[in-house]
Design a protein around this ligand. Structure first.
Ligand SMILES: [Fe+2]
Length: 269
């Protein structure tokens, strides 16, 4: 018994984990139970956490080694594996559905977000189960998708990327559109529309039109968990089998500051 309580938050995905203080070192059994819970529930919420940057990095490593984020202008100066999600430093909320850093050979298993400053209303984060989305497709479309690969690069037209980040991370990386989860064994739809230059063998225009149409058909309220932030929340998103998006529906004179760590996963298969 590890003393953890895992309470599902919705019909398709999401669970609250209580009985754990992420600022403390956790034994291997607890870490493994949390990592498995992420594979089962795809989004985990820990409330009322109080973390220093190094405690946060240790907690995030439950899901894989923290990996360097490619818009380095947003990284925390003394802790460059923590990215600052903060609109006042030039970032726009990422309001399109996406999964993180698909332009890496071993993209993140998880995105870990910590709520440091939270606006009084709005500014939530939504997560959609691509495991449920895959299950809801027709057999014919599942077969069609299973033969497709995306060619991934840095987002086109992304403002402010540093030349060294473009040099390091804007190389074409191929991933299957149907991904098998390394822990859970189930299949999910896997792509990042604005990092997909094209589907292999298709034109960029055909690729964008098909992925846009697929998103429209896949995202339904019953496969979405919406997280309304409280200060001190840690939200862990399983990047192997979900898409997520930010909501910019908050008063921009108020601060919204999240710390972000991405934890390296397996090469998608
Ligand atoms: Fe993201």
């Amino acid at each position: 018994m590890t003393g953890l309580t895992i309470t599902p938050l919705g019909p398709s995905l999401g669970a609250e984990v209580s009985g754990v203080d992420l600022s403390k070192p956790l034994d291997a059994g607890v870490r493994e139970e949390i990592a498995r819970a992420l594979g089962d529930h795809l989004a985990l919420v820990f409330h009322d956490q109080s973390l220093t940057p190094s405690e946060y990095l240790r907690a995030a490593s439950i899901f894989g080694p923290p990996m360097r984020q490619h818009y380095s202008q947003h990284n925390m100066p003394d802790f460059p594996d923590i990215g600052l999600v903060w609109h006042r430093n030039g970032q726009k909320p990422a309001e399109r559905w996406h999964t993180d850093h698909t332009n890496r050979e071993r993209p993140p298993a998880a995105t870990v977000l910590y709520g440091v400053e939270i606006p009084s209303e709005g500014g939530g984060t939504s997560v959609a189960s691509m495991r449920a989305a895959y299950q809801a497709l027709t057999e014919a479309e599942r077969v069609r998708l299973s033969g497709l690969k995306t060619v991934n690069r840095l987002d086109k037209g992304r403002e402010g990327a540093r030349p060294e980040d473009v040099e390091a991370y804007d190389k074409p990386i191929l991933h299957p559109i149907v991904r098998t989860h390394a822990l859970h064994g189930s299949k999910a739809v896997y792509f990042h529309i604005s990092k997909t230059e094209r589907i292999e063998g298709w034109s960029p225009e055909e690729s964008q039109a098909y992925l846009e149409d697929l998103l429209q058909r896949m995202i339904r309220p019953e496969i979405v968990y919406h997280h309304a932030w409280r200060r001190g929340d840690v939200l862990v998103i399983d990047d192997r089998a979900t898409l997520h998006r930010a909501h910019g529906d908050y008063d921009r004179s108020q601060a919204r500051v999240l710390w972000r760590v991405i934890a390296e996963g397996d090469r998608p298969i």
